[in-house]
Ligand binder design. Sequence first.
Ligand code: SAM
Length: 275
Amino acid sequence: MSQKKPKLGQNFLRDARAAERIVHALGDLSERTVIEIGPGHGAITEMLAARAARVIAIELDRQLAAELRQHFSAERVTVVEQDVLQFDFRAAAEKAGMKLRVAGNLPYYITSPILLHLAASHAALDTAVLMVQREVADRVTAHPGSRDYGVLSVTIQTHGPAESLFTLPPSAFSPPPDVHSTVFRWRLAPRFAELGVQEQPFLRFVRAAFAQKRKTLANNLRAAGIGDPAASTAISEAGIDRQARAEALSIETLAVLWRRLVSGGAIPGRESTAQ
Ligand code: SAM
């Protein structure tokens, strides 16, 4: 067994029931290809291998990848020794001939980059069931008006609904991390067309709207170069209180505001091709 590498976020799951619940939450896998992020010693992989048509396990740690290759039949489990942030989900989905499901007890030091990589790969994915630090799951699944609602909530939820499933204490892992962990399910079904927004310009606008928690929406927009009278007009046309903060606004209202700003010429509605 390899030594734990703290830098790689190696806190291994000791709770077999939790591994089972993660796999169960992915639904019927009998004809599915599942990508596992960070399989470690294989606590979740073992159950995926028993239920899925095919598992692709992406592990950065060379020793762990070798251990997994020895343990699992290559017909069922393909071990890819790679940084998951470099993994091409689209190519894997094309090869599999179907959208992929994703499971993982994530290495917490790169949780946000992994979630953004999955969001950017949404066309290749259908459902992800992921273990993250509890505070991150709270932000991912938060609704408007709650303390945790912000850029991460909007970014994730515009790519499809996310719900928390269960929380585990540090003692469920070896070695125990400093934090509680929560498993959430994310059904990737992007809402950009339905909301009438363009993905990249809209998410850029959302980051500007939430830039400083204490500031009003209007002040955050002004700081991003979206000034009056265009901003005030769009805010009032979208039916938003002048003193509102972005934290109070639903994704639908943010989309209405974005569309008003675009139609008023205050921000570009399409990705500019010029650098
Ligand atoms: N799935 C196992 C479990 O639940 O016991 C291990 C989970 S552990 C929290 C995270 C795993 O991700 C470790 O095995 C670690 O080596 C691996 N890892 C860390 N960084 C990675 C990266 N950039 N790409 C792929 N795997 C990575």
